[in-house]
Design a protein around this ligand. Structure first.
Ligand code: T46
Length: 131
């Protein structure tokens, strides 16, 4: 399946690095919500759902984790471990996050406000939904 990364701009000088990204320029949607996930036990699996409309960019700003993406036809696993690019996860893609390092901080930029009705939390329901 098509895995899309969003590259960010990085400014480096003698004192360190600064990375920036801009709504509608680097991120292909208006950013209505930001959240982050951290302190995840290494054996935990999070996600296990898809979204009907929500699009998101996932950024590993510290540490690493793995993301399984499934569009109903193909599955891909990617490791997120860079502060300089984000993973675009479009709507109607099943995702699972696992193998979090103990220092992992996963930052998520979302195209809309939180809405439980937008979640598809059963894999069978997901396959039916995308038919
Ligand atoms: C996603 C992956 C990458 C809220 O109240 N507001 C929020 O903005 C979010 C994101 C969650 N919640 C509540 C819903 C649950 O009661 O926080 C609790 C934990 O959420 P959830 O189990 O959905 O967390 P993850 O890590 O499985 O999934 C999250 C996002 O929910 C989801 O959209 O794509 O991260």
């Amino acid at each position: 399946m098509n895995i899309t990364y969003v590259p960010f701009h990085k400014k480096r000088n003698d004192t360190g690095n600064l990375v920036f990204l801009e709504e509608n320029k680097d991120i292909p949607f208006p950013i209505r919500r930001i959240y982050y996930i951290y302190g995840v036990a290494g054996n935990s699996i999070r996600g296990c759902h898809a979204h009907k409309r929500l699009q998101q960019v996932l950024i590993s700003i510290h540490g690493s984790c793995k993301i399984l993406l499934d569009d109903g036809k193909e599955r891909e696993i990617v490791e997120l471990n860079s502060q300089e690019k984000g993973l675009l996860v479009k709507n109607t893609v099943w995702r699972e996050m696992y193998d979090f390092s103990s220092d992992a901080v996963l930052l998520v930029l979302a195209s809309d406000y939180y809405d439980e009705a937008d979640y598809i939390r059963s894999y069978d329901e997901f396959l039916n939904y995308i038919k």
